[in-house]
Each structure stands twice: as C-alpha cells, then as structure tokens.
Design a protein around this ligand. Structure first.
Ligand SMILES: [Zn+2]
Length: 437
C-alpha cells in the first residue's frame, strides 16, 4: 500500500524525536581537554575507519541540529577530492525512508560508529518489503525448492531501490521534492530534476524540452473516461491497456512518493482512477488510485497517492471512499492490497471507523458483520479488526456481540476525525470493467 498523507507531528512521534546526544565528535574531544597524545590516537582511529563501510551505524546531525542514529546505505566519492572524501547516503533508523538523504562526513559523529552490523535484523526488514513480483517469484521457487533464490531476489530489489535518484520534479504549477527512489529508464540516471507534462505525464530532462512539449501536447486532462464530476473535481478512469505510456508514466511518478511498492510495468492489468482539480487551464491531477481489473483476493485498490502539494485536504480519504463506491456498484466487497503503509493504514482505519460507527449509531436492533459488509462493501475481516481495535466486540453468553454504547461511539468517531470530501454518488456515471474480447 502506498503513502497517502504525511503524518502530523502528533501522529508520528519520530518527527519530534529528540536524541539524548547533543554534541558532535569534534565538540566532545575538544571540550574534554584530553591530552594531545590521546587526541592523536583518537584521530588516527577515526581516520582508519574512513571511508565508512556501507552498513555502518553511526549518529548523524539532522536538519533539527540534533544527532540521530543512521545506517549508511551507500557512499560516493566527491568529485576532484582526496582518497577519503566521500559523502554518504543514510537512512535515519527512527524515521520513515522518505527522509533518507546524502550527508557530508562532518555531519557524522565518528565516535559513535558501531562496528557490528546486524544482518539478521536487516533480513527481517527486507522481507517486509516484498513486491508482488517477488511474492510470485517466491511462491514459484518454493514450489521448485530453490529457497536460496528468495533472499537473493529480495536483496537485489533492496539494492536497486535504496538510494533516491530524482530529488525534485516539476509538475504543473509545482516543484515537488521527492520521497523515494523510482526506477526511471537508465538515460535519466544523471538527472536530479525531472520536468513532467501534467496532462500526459511525459517527463523530460530540461525545462526547454517541457516548454516545447507543452506547445504541442493537446491533452488538457488525463486520457480515458471522465466518470465523476462534482464542482471543480473530476475523476478519470484510465485503462492501462489502452493508455500504456500514460500508465507507465504515472507509475514512475507515483513511485517517487511510495515506498515498498512495486512499479508495475504490466499496466495492462490495471485501471487508474485519476482525481483532478479542474479550472480553465485544464484538469490538474491531485492524486490517484490503481485497481486490478480482476482480483482473486477481492482487492479494490492497489496503489493510492495524493501528490504532496495537495495533501491534507481530504483527497486521500476521498480516494478511499471512491474505491468503495466502485465496489458497491460492482456488488462486491473490497479491501486494499497489502501491505498497507503506516500512513495508508491510518487513513483506512479512519475511513472504516467513520463508516461503520455512523451506521451503528443510527441502527436500531441487532446487526451482523455480514450485514455491515453488505451495506458498506468493506470486507468482513476489515470490519472485525476495526471493531476489535476499538474494543467494540465483546464475548457474552458464548457469542461475540458488537456493543454500541452511543457515548463510546461518539468518542471513537471524534477521534477518527473528519471524513474529508464526500463522494456524491449521484455524480458517478460508471459501469464496472468488462473485458472486451
Ligand atoms: Zn503532454
């Protein structure tokens, strides 16, 4: 599952984390007034560590001027510099990967270098980041009994996705800082910034190329069918098979803001629901979700993203609600593809809580999970875990019952926050996807 909205400081304690370490290596050794001899020893010891190995754990001064534990993910030599002049790509172990960055040596506290690298922990983390392709690969290899390939293919993926390549993109009126690596074609390897056409999502290396493109590009909205319009909001359904290049461009773009999510080259199998804010210049993409045309696991959503300039406006919640409206029209229950990101899970928990508790509040008499599922298109398992998390399921006289004290419901509803923009179902003109043969 993809990221939806950035956390507030309150939601994500890691952003307000303050490390106990307040001083850097240089300050410490100077202020202690240690004898010159010891200082030399310390200097030599530090010099012998350099350049730091990939995998090293050390403290690093972050943008809050405090020191935080990091792991060195990659290193590169600074052009025209001495043998040990490297910069390091680090992952702050307490922060989300979107904050990974290149840092200079002077930001690292070499006194804090840990020499033992814990590979076992590493493997566990990696296994959580399996992609659909890898899952499939693993299923296949398990059948054939070549388990040793699993770890190798996972490492390969990890190797490939670790360092953020594109730092910023230009999209419509916005210049946006990216969050994660995205596997753009190799000819874009040397680019730090990419210029996107906000309508067809073609991307270019230079501003002049984009300007030339904008004079020719005749799209003013995503390709595909407009299936929803309400005020200035429009939703377009784009078939990945009919609009392959658009689908691929969208995936490249989205991966810049989504961690541990496969980039699907096989866009044929997906429908993309692209949400736009419309004005007289055209329909500007604010976010999207993708959906498999056929899902045996009853997934009604694969990836979901609100672009950073449009976050915190309720669009993520709108996209989730929209995915369930489509499921209702299909007469099916749905669930988002796993794994859910931290932010994705928060958004879904909020949506499920609001929808289910609103019903429980108004409902008179008994109601079963099955009935709730039929009314909302939310999968029974998701209903059960939501109600269990809220401690609304009790075991009484040998059976599970939903206990719906109005005061408790109100408290949970308040905590779940507002629902954001509503989907006006009367404005949805849509028929479920059918394979044309
Ligand atoms: Zn274009």
């Amino acid at each position: 599952m993809g990221s939806i909205e950035p956390p507030t400081n309150a939601e994500n304690g890691s952003l307000t984390f303050t490390a106990a370490v307040t001083g850097g290596a240089a300050q410490l050794s100077e202020s202690t007034g240690a004898p010159a001899g010891e200082n030399d020893v310390a200097k030599k010891r530090k010099a012998s560590m350099l350049p730091l190995e990939v995998g090293t754990r050390v403290l690093c001064r972050w943008r809050d001027n405090k020191y935080h534990p990091v792991k060195v993910i990659e290193r590169r030599k600074l052009p025209g510099s001495g043998a040990n002049d490297y910069e390091y790509y680090v992952h702050y172990t307490e922060f989300n990967r979107r904050l990974d960055e290149w840092v200079k040596l002077e930001q690292l506290d070499l006194d804090s270098v840990e020499t033992v690298v814990d590979e076992k922990v590493e493997d566990k983390v990696t296994s959580l980041k399996m992609t659909r392709h890898q899952k499939r690969k693993i299923d296949e290899t398990h059948v054939e009994g070549h388990e040793e390939l699993d770890a190798a293919s996972l490492r390969e993926h990890e190797e490939f996705t670790k360092v953020k390549n594109i730092a910023t993109i230009e999209l419509g009126r916005y210049e946006i800082e990216t969050w994660y690596f995205s596997p753009f074609p190799t000819e874009y390897n040397d680019c730090v910034k990419l210029y996107f056409c906000e309508f067809c999502l073609n991307f270019m290396k230079r501003k002049e190329q984009l300007q030339r493109h904008m004079r020719k590009c005749d799209l003013k909205h995503p390709p595909g069918d407009e299936i929803y319009r309400c005020g200035t909001l429009s939703m377009f359904e784009v078939d990945g098979k009919k609009n392959k290049v658009y689908g691929q461009n969208l995936c490249y773009l989205a991966k810049l803001f989504l961690d541990h999510k496969t980039l699907y080259y096989d866009v044929d199998l997906f429908l993309f629901y692209v949400l736009c804010e419309c004005d007289d210049r055209g329909c500007h993409m604010v976010g999207y979700f993708s959906k498999e045309k056929h899902s045996e696991e009853s997934y009604n959503l694969a990836c979901i993203l609100t672009l950073p300039p449009y976050q915190r406006k309720g669009y993520g919640k709108f996209l989730i609600a929209f995915s369930y409206e489509l499921s209702k029209k299909e007469g099916k229950v749905g669930t988002p593809e796993r794994p859910l990101s931290d932010l994705g899970l928060l958004s879904y928990r909020g949506y499920w809580t609001r929808v289910l508790l609103d019903i429980l509040k108004k409902h008179k008499g008994n109601i079963s999970i099955k009935e709730l599922s039929d009314m909302t298109a939310i999968k029974a398992e998701d209903i059960l875990t939501t109600l269990q998390t809220l401690e609304l399921i009790q075991y009484r006289k040998g059976q599970h019952v939903i206990c719906a004290d109005p005061k408790v419901l109100d408290r949970h509803l308040k905590a779940a926050g507002r629902g954001g923009l509503d989907v006006d179902v009367s404005k949805l003109i849509w028929t479920p996807y059918k394979e044309q043969s």
